[in-house]
Write a protein that binds this ligand. Sequence first.
Ligand code: BG6
Length: 467
Amino acid sequence: MSYEKTEQFPKDFLWGASTSAYQVEGAWDEDGKGPSVIDMANVVAGTTDIKVTSDHYHHYKQDVKLFSELGLKAYRFSIAWTRIYPQGDGEINMKGIEFYNNLINELLAYGIVPIVTMYHFDLPYALAEKGGWSNRATVNAFADFSKTLFEYFGDRVNYWLTINEQNMMILHGDALGTSSCTDVENPLQDLYQQNHHMLLAQAKAMVLCHEMLPAAKIGPAPNISSIYPASSKPEDVLAANNCSAIRNWLYLDMAVYGRYNNIAWSFLKLRNALPDIADGDMAVMAAAKPDFIAFNYYSTQTVAASTGKDDKNSTGDQQIVVGEEGMYKGASNPNLSVNEFGWEIDPVGFRNTFREIYERYALPLIVTENGLGAFDKVEQDGSINDDYRIEYLAQHIEQIQLAVNDGVEVFGYCPWSAIDLVSTHQGCSKRYGFIHVNRDEFDLKDLQRSKKKSFYWYQDLINSQGC
Ligand code: BG6
């Protein structure tokens, strides 16, 4: 469908940008912060650790000032669970509360709306040592943590995201450093038990949020991609349907409708991997109602019919499909170009993804990640001419506008990332930000901030309401 005249973005559209705590803050053990699973994970050879990252913890005032200059209407960031509860539960660390109070107040002073992710991959290590998400106690620890966040920040934060990319943690835990299922008899069952506990924790947080903060809005934040069949062969189409269920709808069907997706459930049953569901769990899931759906989008994915055991070849990258025997296997899409890291680029697929989500759930949507990782080059005069990033973002924003014309309710766009940070497993040379941070993998240099070409481009775009 093409339109002669495209509708404008709504006046109050939240033009934003994103980060996550462990990727941007640094200060990994300062002011009482406890270690998370990410802090304790092995660093990929040749890449930096995450002790300092962009040192946003000490530069937040300067960074927020730059965000304001950029024109951001919203800033999506995450709260490090272990700054608030160093051991995951128990005693609150008031220094952690103070940091986020300061950050939120600073944002509000510039008129920037805070959008808070409660948990972005950084499970407290102390909880992981007690079984992590395999242990049901983690559900209550998360519910208590969410209650604390609502108590301390709920007077100023109106947008809450529960869990970042739960689906990627389940499907690509190794790449993200979030895996915690080790010596168990049935690893797949354990993995989906963890998944069930996370879904339950999310549901409890949503219920609590509505009880405690009637004016606030809360939603899940998975990574959602339209899944294409590699060909029009019916077996490939079926494989795409399988993959959508396991990768996408399992998460959103539960968050929105409070029920397990039937295809995902049948898959788990076939594999003897059904989670144990305690009395009352499904009632909590059913009572929890998100106000919106946030989703991260980098590309679509393409799959073909399964050909057997070899389908499950992990590439160590969260954006590349890991196959499932009997269900689907990853395939490349010859119609798409790829970025420097092999991620396919599919702006039209973005529009498809919006349509699919909205048709299925009819809830307002916000994009909480979308962007291009690249090796940026600093020129002699200090400029960074990231035209490739501008092109990627412009093409994707155009598709959001078309989705809006298609009748999809979209209220915000927060590309990844507001400022350079450390990628999930490829160090800090893979950059995403509008703002450059002067450091290398192993040389912290002066961490000075500078504006990339994309900064000025996004500033103009926000000023002109996306035109
Ligand atoms: C998403 C994560 O999966 O992709 C972010 O939510 C991550 O934390 C982003 O940084 C980009 O991936 P990467 O691996 O390039 O950092």
